[in-house]
Ligand binder design. Structure first.
Ligand code: HEC
Length: 143
């Protein structure tokens, strides 16, 4: 009696070994794929979400009149041409041509542009850390 029950279990386990692991492997591969695609596409914007609040950033950009010097999509009357247009900022490799584009570097640049590129016209607007983070978060919505 005990033996036959064991035999049944072995058979059952065999069936499981042949069927279920394949399925699991496929599911795992799919999960890895989805995660990889998500990461590649959203890495910078995910980091940006953590760095600040894009809606507060848009308001700050409007108040600080960044648009008097920059063309900035989504900000009313931001059509200045003194500085470079900020469209597709999330896709840019560099900030001001000298810093690798990352949320941390952008916040640092916004807080003290003259420290990064001395003598350029981009003014130090005296942005607080929170404001600089929110503005950075908005700029990273521009893909
Ligand atoms: C008086 C004009 C002026 C104002 C106002 C101004 N900027 Fe700039 N900004 C510039 C110039 C000029 C550059 C280019 C600097 C360089 O490349 O050396 C620049 C560069 C930048 C860059 C880097 C652009 C790139 O292509 O890498 C960002 C981001 C930026 N500004 C954001 C802002 C934000 C946000 C504000 C408002 C808080 C602002 N700027 C206000 C003139 C201005």
């Amino acid at each position: 009696m005990a033996r036959s029950r064991n035999a049944f279990r072995v058979e059952d386990a065999d069936r499981r070994r042949t069927g279920v692991p394949d399925c699991r492997a496929i599911r795992l591969a799919l999960a890895v794929c989805v995660a990889a695609i998500g990461l590649a596409g959203c890495q910078r914007s995910a980091a940006a979400d953590r760095i600040g609040d894009p809606r507060a950033g848009a308001i700050a950009i409007d108040r600080m009149a960044c648009g008097s010097c920059h063309r900035i999509p989504g900000i009313e009357e931001a059509d200045g041409s003194v500085g470079p247009p900020l469209a597709h900022f999330a896709s840019r490799q560099m900030i001001a041509g000298v810093l690798a584009n990352s949320p941390q570097a952008l916040v640092r640049y916004l807080e003290a542009p003259q420290e990064v590129v001395a003598g350029n016209v981009m003014p130090n607007e005296g942005l607080g850390d929170r404001q600089a983070r929110d503005i950075a978060a908005y700029l990273y919505t521009l893909r």
